[in-house]
Design a protein around this ligand. Structure first.
Ligand code: ATP
Length: 362
C-alpha cells in the first residue's frame, strides 16, 4: 500500500510575481505574497509605493497584467484566466467601493448574504453591525451617514459572509483615533473568529503592527522586507524600514576597526568592511536620559534644546557633543516615558540601548 502524504493546506490567497504598469509608470515590480487561512498580512509603505494597486489587482478591480493569483490553490487570474471580482468570493473594503445608495444599512450588509436562510441573514447582519457600532443606524441610507459611519458599514458588509479572503484598503482612515482603536479591535476579532485570511493596505506602521501577523514593507513597487511585526521592528534590513516605525535619529559615519565612532559613542558595526560609509540609526526610544553629574565626565553628554510632553512620553531634543571634543556634535531626539521635561540648556547624561541602534551601509 502507498502511504498517504498529507499536503500542507494551500495559502488562502497567493500573489505571484505581480507586475503592473500605468502607461510608462511601473507601479508594481514583481510582488509575491501569500496569506494563510486565518492570517492577517499588511502591505505597509509610503504613498505611491504601489500597495493599493496590488490590492486592486487581487480584488480584480484592476485587470491583471503579469503574474498569477490563486485562491486556496486555484488560479483565479493569470495564464489566460480572469475571474471577475464578484465571483471571487472575496470581501472588499476600498476607498472607492461605495455602499449601494438605494439600500439602507441593513440591506447593504445583508446583500452579501444571499443564499443564507432569511432568519440567519438578519441575525448575522445585526451581529456585525453591532460589532462595528452601527446597529442604531440599520434603517439609515448611506447619504445620511458620515464618511466614518459609511466606512464601518462597508466593513460590516465585507465581513458578514465570513469570506475566505478579505481585502482592506486603509479601512480605518475615516475614523477618529478613539473610534479607530475600538473598530480595529472588533475587526481583528471578526477576522480571527471567522478564520478569514486578510490582506490589508496601510501607510500607518502602528496600525499594521496592531493588525498584522506579518507585514510586508513596500517601496517603489517592490517588497523590501517581510516578517512579523517584531522581526521588522527589531531587525530592519535598512534605514528605510527602520524609519517606518517612527522618526529615527540618523548619524553618518565610517567603519573603523569594526565600529563607528560617533559623538554619542562607539557603535559596533558587525559584518561591515573597513572604510564603509554608514548611517547609524538610533530610535528615539533607545535613548535614555539622566540628570548630569560629575561621575559622568567621560560619557557623552547632551545639552537640551527643547522638551515636549506628548502624552505617555516626552520628546527631548538635544545637542550631543563627543567627550573631550567640543567641535564634534550631533542633534539627537530622545523619547522617554512619562513626564520628563528638562529645561533648555540643561545638561543630561545619555545612554543608548544597543538593541535599538542599527548600522546600515549607505
Ligand atoms: P497611496 O497610499 O497614496 O494610495 P499607494 O502605495 O497605494 O499610494 P498606488 O495607488 O498603488 O500607490 O500607486 C502606485 C503608482 O501608480 C503611483 O506612482 C501612482 O501615481 C500610479 N498610479 C496609480 N493609479 C494610477 C492610475 N489609475 N493611472 C496612472 N497611474 C496610476
Amino acid at each position: 500500500a502507498t502511504a498517504l502524504k498529507t499536503e500542507p493546506a494551500p495559502p488562502a490567497l497567493q500573489l505571484e510575481e505581480i507586475r503592473h504598469r500605468y502607461g510608462r509608470v511601473l507601479a508594481v515590480d514583481g510582488v509575491s505574497v501569500s496569506v494563510a487561512p486565518g492570517e492577517v498580512l499588511c502591505l505597509l509603505g509610503p504613498s505611491g509605493c504601489g500597495k493599493t494597486t496590488v490590492l486592486r489587482i487581487a480584488a480584480g478591480l484592476e485587470p491583471l497584467q503579469e503574474g498569477t493569483i490563486r485562491l486556496s490553490g486555484v488560479t483565479i487570474a493569470g495564464g489566460g484566466v480572469e475571474v471577475p471580482p464578484e465571483r471571487r468570493g472575496v470581501g472588499l473594503v476600498f476607498q472607492d467601493y461605495a455602499l449601494f445608495p438605494h439600500l439602507d444599512v441593513l440591506d447593504n450588509v445583508a446583500f452579501g448574504l444571499t443564499g443564507w436562510p432569511a432568519a440567519d441573514r438578519r441575525a448575522r447582519a445585526d451581529e456585525v453591525l453591532a460589532l462595528v457600532g452601527m446597529n442604531d443606524y440599520a434603517h439609515a441610507f448611506p447619504h445620511e451617514l458620515s464618511g466614518g459611519q459609511q466606512q464601518r458599514v462597508a466593513l460590516a458588509r465585507a465581513l458578514a459572509p465570513r469570506p475566505r479572503v478579505v481585502l482592506l484598503d486603509e479601512p480605518y482612515s475615516g475614523l477618529d483615533a478613539r473610534l479607530r482603536d475600538r473598530v480595529r479591535d472588533e475587526v481583528l476579532h471578526i477576522l480571527k473568529a471567522s478564520g478569514s485570511a486578510c490582506l490589508m493596505v496601510t501607510h500607518d506602521s502602528e496600525e499594521a503592527m496592531f493588525m498584522a501577523d506579518r507585514i510586508a514593507v513596500m517601496r517603489d513597487g517592490r517588497i523590501v522586507q517581510e516578517g512579523t511585526p517584531v522581526e521588522l521592528y527589531c531587525e530592519p534590513v535598512d534605514a528605510f524600514v527602520a524609519s517606518f516605525f517612527g522618526e529615527v535619529n540618523r548619524i553618518e559615519g565610517v567603519v573603523h576597526g569594526g565600529a563607528v565612532e560617533t559623538p554619542i559613542g562607539i557603535i559596533p558595526a558587525r559584518g561591515l568592511q573597513e572604510d564603509t560609509p554608514v548611517t547609524v540609526v538610533v530610535r528615539p526610544e533607545a535613548v535614555s536620559l539622566q540628570p548630569w553629574g560629575p561621575a559622568y565626565a567621560d560619557d557623552p553628554g547632551g545639552v537640551v534644546e527643547q522638551a515636549r510632553l506628548l502624552g505617555r512620553t516626552s520628546l527631548v531634543h538635544m545637542t550631543v557633543t563627543a567627550p573631550g571634543q567640543t567641535d564634534w556634535s550631533v542633534h539627537l531626539h530622545a523619547r522617554v516615558p512619562g513626564v520628563y521635561l528638562p529645561r533648555p540648556g540643561a545638561r543630561v547624561r545619555i545612554q543608548i540601548d544597543p538593541a535599538q541602534t542599527f548600522v546600515f551601509a549607505d
